[in-house]
Write a protein that binds this ligand. Sequence first.
Ligand code: IMP
Ligand code: MG
Length: 193
Amino acid sequence: MSDYFPPEAYGELSDGIRKVLFSADEIQARVRELGQEIARDYDGRLPLLVGVLKGVFPFMADLARMITIPVEVDFMSIASYTEATREQGLVRIEKDLGEPINGRHVLFIEDVIDTGLTLNYLLRNLRARQPASLEVCALFDKGRRRLIDIPIKYKGFDLPDRFVVGYGLDCREKYRNLPFVGLLKPEVFQPAR
Ligand code: IMP
Ligand code: MG
């Protein structure tokens, strides 16, 4: 797999990385394990994978292909209001799901769970639509920053309390297309707008 993703091919993007925390190979191997576990658990139930854009796109694409049973996929996108409202867990749904989910087995897919505030809001919103089941799959978990306890049924990796980029995660919209995840050099790190 690494032959497809040589870090040095990413020029300027790679140059901004101070340290690779998870290589493309490590990520792919873990995503495969998660996919196998999900396929086993949901066999016979046609799960609906629901992802939150934009950060989830590489994980969702890889995970869905590692799940060897039929699945459906859908996406939502959200806009946080301001830092203050975000802290209260208020988010605005910018793009909602395409179909009703009542009676469906919904597997909510996240790139990273940080404070858990966004996820908590979205789970409450989805639960009100009466799915048959609702579970969470997150590639990365910054457990130490969690403000709200949320059970994560499928978890890829624990992350330290550091800002990381790559594999969907951005810094001002850049670095999402890196196939690995790493820490930025201080000179290229810019706080969120
Ligand atoms: P929270 O769990 O409500 O605090 O928000 C999680 C969201 O914050 C994720 O979906 C990401 O968009 C963003 N986020 C959290 N940590 C990082 C990071 O290390 N790099 C890039 N985005 C992050
Ligand atoms: Mg996000």
